[in-house]
Design a protein around this ligand. Structure first.
Ligand code: URA
Length: 426
């Protein structure tokens, strides 16, 4: 088939700092998805975009072309308002687990197509797969049926959703072109818009354990994503939230499921409860249900009921014991004082090396592996008191985790309290 344009012309236009014309954007995304634009050509274009940026209208067209590379789900048969949340990824971020059933218990429907973890941040599907029997893959019919009957589905995104992003994200991963705000924003939003939800809340993490290390870059990503969502008719807001220290007291798949169950039982760490409730209120507001208080549904067990139905509907046994790791190793406080810093990235890498995360897409994860935080920043500790508990199936993994944690915490004066919710962008 003869092609309408030549990839070199598109690359050269962006290399020289120009705007790619609309028809060329549509063509290059479609031709790349079909295999008519070579990987090395798209790699060059991605690098040119990383270096030169994109104008807002150019990025909107690019995102539309990514959505059009696959299907946009039709959720019109769901009789409740649909609303979803996306997190840019953090350490100990298990919020989707209590949040999706909670928001469903309050009357909205949550259609969440999710991913697996890569690197030091965990993936929601990996966490749920630690529940015996639970399966991540659903057909479209199963997805819609569960959304109608239970009100919440967390499952793997099928191949038909933004296939251009699937190829491009894998390419960016190996060509040092992930860290581009237009490319990150279009990647996330093409998938989220194609998912078909009417409202979306973005949890943009800021800190050492996040993609975005400072507030200015997180704000810029959040503003870009909010404007893309809004332009596609999705009511979108973003919260910038703190990721300098891990969320909650657990990092690792089954450990995080257990902590989420505590939250659903009306207990659990205060930061996990706070973020769950703040995001639930935003999701409910987007669904036109601002008068419903999610704290009631957490307290009276309705969210837990939806959790059990959501897990059972995907083959999981909500009553089955969760897997545990074979070995544990305790890290003790080297001195007395206040734990003034516990670095999210260090803990994330430690959890990953213990087996909770994967280095390559096809690697398995160890469901019981991870880190339990026995103290959090601001807690007083005595020399010799347990600070962290490492969990792994293979004790040979402890050394790598311990070296990741070197320099990852300080004991000294009380830290200045950092707000969990930094900013709201709408
Ligand atoms: N997550 C995505 O889905 N895409 C990116 O580009 C970065 C994070």
């Amino acid at each position: 088939m003869s092609e309408a344009f030549a990839a070199v012309d598109v690359i050269a236009a962006k290399r020289d700092g120009g705007r790619i014309p609309d028809e060329q954007i549509d063509w290059v995304i479609d031709a790349y998805t079909r295999g008519a634009v070579a990987e090395e050509q798209m790699a060059a274009l991605a690098m040119a975009i990383l270096l030169r940026g994109m104008e807002p209208s150019e990025l909107a067209r690019w995102t539309a072309a990514m959505i059009a590379s696959g299907v946009r789900l039709d959720l019109s048969s769901v009789d409740r308002p649909t609303t979803d949340k996306h997190s840019t990824g953090g350490v100990g971020d298990k919020i989707t687990l209590p949040l999706a059933p909670l928001v469903a218990a309050c009357g909205a429907a949550v259609p969440q197509l999710s991913g697996r973890g890569l690197g030091h941040t965990g993936g929601t599907l990996d966490k749920l797969e630690s529940i015996p029997g639970w399966r991540a893959s659903l057909t479209n019919d199963e997805f819609l049926a569960q959304l109608r009957s239970v009100g919440a589905v967390v499952c793997a995104a099928g191949d038909e959703l933004a296939p251009a992003d699937r190829k491009l994200y894998a390419l960016r991963d190996v060509t040092a072109t992930v860290e581009s705000i237009p490319l990150i924003a279009s990647s996330i939003m093409s998938k989220k818009i194609a998912e078909g939800s009417s409202a979306l809340v973005l949890d943009v993490k800021v800190g050492t354990g996040a993609f975005m290390k400072n507030v200015a870059s997180a704000r810029s990503l959040a503003e870009t994503m909010v404007s893309l969502g809004t332009a596609h008719g999705v009511r979108t807001v973003a919260l910038l939230t703190n990721m300098h220290t891990p969320l909650g007291r657990t990092v690792g798949n089954a450990l995080e499921v257990a902590e989420s169950l505590e939250v659903l039982a009306g207990d659990g760490p205060s930061d996990v409860i706070e973020l769950t409730l703040v995001l639930a209120r935003e999701m409910l507001a987007g669904a036109g249900l601002s008068d419903v208080d999610p704290a009631d549904a957490l307290r009276d067990g309705r969210a837990m009921d939806v959790w059990r139905r959501m897990i059972s509907a995907q083959g999981g046994d909500p009553a089955a014991p969760l897997p545990t790791a074979r070995e544990t190793h305790v890290v003790v406080a080297p001195a007395s004082g206040v734990l003034s810093r516990l670095d999210a990235y260090a803990v994330g890498v430690a959890g990953w090396r213990l087996g909770a995360g994967r280095a390559r897409k096809e690697d398995p994860v160890s469901p019981g592996a991870g880190v339990v935080l026995l103290a959090k920043p601001g807690d007083s500790v005595q020399a010799g008191q347990p600070l962290l508990e490492l969990h792994a199936d293979d004790p040979a993994r402890f050394d790598g985790a311990l070296s990741a944690l070197e320099g990852g915490y300080d004991i000294g004066a009380a830290p200045t309290a950092q707000p969990l919710i930094i900013e709201r962008i709408s």
